[in-house]
Design a protein around this ligand. Sequence first.
Ligand code: PMV
Length: 330
Amino acid sequence: MTSHTATAIAHPNIAFIKYWGDQDPKIHIPANGSISMVMDCLSTKTTVTFDPDYDSDHLIINNKSASQKSLARVRHFLAVVRNMANHQLYARVVSENNFPMGAGIASSASAFAALSLAASKAIGLNLSEPELSRLARHGSGSACRSIPSGFVEWTAGEDDITSYAYSIAAADHWDLVDLVVIVNKEHKKVGSVEGHQIAATSPFQNSRVSGSQVRLETCRQALLAKDFGKFADIVEFDSNLMHAVMMTSHPPLFFWEPASLELIKQIPHWRKKGYPVCYTMDAGPNVHVITISQFAGEIKEKITRIPNIINVLYAKPGPGVRLGDTLTFY
Ligand code: PMV
């Protein structure tokens, strides 16, 4: 085999019903199912080259050699791909993002989704969408939701075969916008990998997980019916439940900055005044403010009046992972 290369592009996703904690941490079988939206505009582009002349794996992120921690994660993932293809070649992985990493925007989701397609193609595998989603899950759980397009549900399942994500509505189903409010660009101190491991130490995790079927059902129905009021209530509730688990685990995890809390307090007031708007937060201080595109300008103006906001990114429902090499910088 000579050298083989493939390039893929993927986007992060924002969860409306959250994944937090695993049944099987080794292969990221989640404690509960989740629902998300692919975020257009924010992108990761990854090129993978397998070459018989390489004597180890290399990882370059945003033009710099990656940390040992990131390299170890990618090596672990490449071992899964090599095993599937029955090849023992090393790879060079070159990845670039057009958004800040490690600040509550799931960079690991777009990274492992792009890596799944680029690595599997480069090594000669032609995987179906569910197969790619299962593969991406090995890198980072939420990456399995960046394989399909638009609005996506990840069925928790119980093993490697039954746990994968699929689209429940196309990207043009609902013109939602995610205004990602950046309040802190620092790389987060405790990542989701460690967070999932301690989720079960919170006395609230069992109750969060046992109610998840009902929340998934409510969220899916609200999304499909484009019922913003019902959608807003369940999305905020689910985010609050996850953060309650985070804050009560051992050790406790507090991701909110003063500006995050200010937004969480303001947004329900804006909704009471008639604006279709709600919030959700991942494992970081940034707040994802979800609205409908025609209100995005007005909502952005309200957001920027709050002190200590660094930037507001704009994401629409986006496409799934694909081969290609054109990465637009916004
Ligand atoms: O896939 P991970 O390990 O990055 O975990 C994602 C966890 C959250 O972003 C907090 C929630 C979610 O469902 O995306």
